[in-house]
Ligand binder design. Structure first.
Ligand SMILES: Cc1ncc(COP(=O)(O)O)c(C=O)c1O
Length: 373
């Protein structure tokens, strides 16, 4: 299989560890191992005594039990743990798809959600989020994208990079559609539990039935990207077994310290999510102010969930803007071109504590740069 460079990851590889302000991160503020262990009495001592042999390939039973608690009807045996969400995406596609299958993918999207399928030889149709509709997906468009060879629909809700969240009736309808047409629904839910209004939280797709697979991870809502622990939840036994068997060719099993720490994190996930949501909401007020001061420079659809938004630069070229900004003042934004967006959007991250300082630096730049206000 041939895979092209992952544009977003290559962009971050260039800047992530040498730039002062990452104003486009998708993950929330992280914490130290000590801070995480302090959430639970006795956890630090148990961590010190934790065994460093190979771990169970499916994920430790106790971790799978904690992960299953996120869902309404998912059992621990329906959960398969991976080394990050990206490994899960890769192995789902390897297990579920074959050459000439057709898939429909929520667009714009995190690149691996279509690229692995393309590498397998699948046909890929983008199901476009429309900015003029608040980045909504239109179910009528989905119906038109269907082909006789369609095998799966891939969605990402809450959405990277727009922060869009589908309505409950539409998500019900999407699940019904997949079931009626015998399609798999792969639902990337790595930003779930970061809805600004809890009433907007969608049920997990895996709880709807065997057609669906839900993807989760510790990286985003919970702010623990360095653990590299992700998971798939599905009631589809056949698919589950295929993915479990393929995992022998990637990581075999997950890191023992990471599984221990992820289990602690999942037991305290509500607290972790609340802490990060507080940071996001504080930051949202800062960026709302920023955009209200510069209406002729940017347009902005406020996200409904998650740790990012996708504003538009109204003048000039967004790639040159991001490039000049990071070189001159050390503030990193992510040009939409890494998502193949051709309309001058950029990704703005909302989950980091230093966002107010980064925005102040951005405004100093705007005041001096030759950008027409
Ligand atoms: C929508 C989406 N899915 C999956 C991933 C991969 O997550 P991880 O890096 O934790 O494997 C990301 C990371 O940015 C993402 O935004």
């Amino acid at each position: 299989m041939k895979l092209p460079p992952f544009k977003l990851e290559r962009y971050f590889a260039k800047y992530e560890f040498n730039t002062e302000f990452l104003l486009c991160s998708s993950d929330c503020e992280s914490m130290s191992v000590a801070d995480l262990l302090a959430l639970e009495e006795g956890a630090a001592e148990r961590f010190h005594n934790h065994w460093l042999g190979y771990t169970e390939s499916l994920g430790s039973p106790t971790l799978r039990k904690e992960i299953a608690a996120i869902y309404a009807s998912i059992m621990p045996e329906d959960v398969l743990v991976f080394s990050g969400a990206n490994e899960a995406i890769y192995l789902f596609m390897m297990a579920a798809l074959k050459e000439n299958d057709h898939i429909i993918v929520h667009a714009p999207h995190y690149q691996s959600l279509s690229e692995v399928a393309r590498g397998i030889g699948c046909m890929v149709s983008p199901w476009r989020a429309r900015e003029e509709n608040g980045w909504a997906l239109d179910l009528d468009e989905l119906r038109h994208l269907m082909r006789s060879t369609t095998k799966a629909i891939i969605v990402n809700l809450p959405h990277n990079p727009t922060g869009y969240l589908m309505s409950h009736p539409d998500f019900d309808e999407l699940n019904r559609f997949a079931q009626e047409h015998n399609l798999l629904l792969f639902s990337d839910e790595v930003y779930r539990e970061s809805e600004y209004d809890q009433n907007d939280r969608l049920p997990a797709a895996a709880d709807y039935g065997t057609h669906a697979v839900s993807l989760g991870v510790t990286s985003k809502t919970y702010g623990l990207a360095g653990l590299r622990i992700g998971w798939l939840a599905t009631k589809n036994r056949g698919l589950y077994e295929k993915m479990a068997i393929l995992k022998d060719y990637t990581t075999i099993c997950n890191s023992a310290p990471s599984e221990f720490l992820a289990e602690v994190a999942m037991r305290h996930r509500v607290k972790l999510a609340e802490r990060n949501l507080e940071i996001i909401k504080h930051n949202l007020a800062v960026v709302d102010d920023l955009f209200s001061r510069h209406p002729s420079l940017f347009s902005w659809h406020r996200p409904k969930a998650g740790s990012m938004g996708f504003p538009k630069l109204l003048n000039g070229n967004v790639e040159s803007f991001c490039d000049d900004l990071v070189r001159k003042v050390g503030v990193l934004l992510l040009p939409g071109s890494v998502y193949d967006d051709a309309h001058n959007h950029f990704r703005l991250g909302l989950g980091r504590k230093n966002l107010p300082q980064a925005v102040a630096r951005l405004e100093e730049y705007l005041a001096t740069a030759e950008i027409k206000n």
